[in-house]
Design a protein around this ligand. Sequence first.
Ligand SMILES: N[C@@H](CCC(=O)N[C@@H](CS)C(=O)NCC(=O)O)C(=O)O
Length: 211
Amino acid sequence: MSERFTLHGNFMSGPAYKVALMLALSGKSFAYRHVNLRELAQKKPEYLALNRFGQVPTLVDNSDGRHFVQSAVILEVLADRIGTFGGADRWERIEAREWLFWEFDRLAPPIYRSRTIRLGIRQAHDATKEMYTNEGAVALAVLDQHLAGRDWIVGAAPTIADIDIYGVLAYAAAGGFNLADYPSITAFITRFQSLPGFASPETLLPKEDRD
Ligand SMILES: N[C@@H](CCC(=O)N[C@@H](CS)C(=O)NCC(=O)O)C(=O)O
């Protein structure tokens, strides 16, 4: 294994995209293992040995064999291990963590779930769909307001908070949300996509293994 990092992911996975994006923006190429979720490869003993939750993503650091799960934690681990996007100081790091927790509580559920419902992966009654639409709009409004007059979510430079949140916004349109309604988010997306190393989910998450 010549690459330092191996990402186990799936091309449909927003959380896997976040980790791939962090590596790409940090200038780190990585080996990739396609986990076939349809065939429940994530529930097989060999994969569960890497990820007790039976989910993607999992990141393996081949330099010491340690493996890490939960995309937000993986972003933090990578910030520590490769020294990128960790914030200017301890306080920025704490603020970035606040956004990571908010994202998985308020932003990701309505956006990711609306997307999987629209793709037919999940079934939902109209009331549930409406709930996600409303909750997504509230979360996007909070983010839009925060980003007004700011370039990045925390501090003066991009951090793992931006990577984490972009990794959800990338799927908003597929979830039926019109980001043109949120001018500060739209400007943030343009800025984020201009970062060196930026790439789309399709580029970063292949449908097969890659070494
Ligand atoms: N909180 C986890 C969520 C991971 C997650 O939901 N992964 C999905 C794909 S997007 C998955 O593995 N689903 C298959 C399953 O749960 O069996 C993270 O951020 O890493």
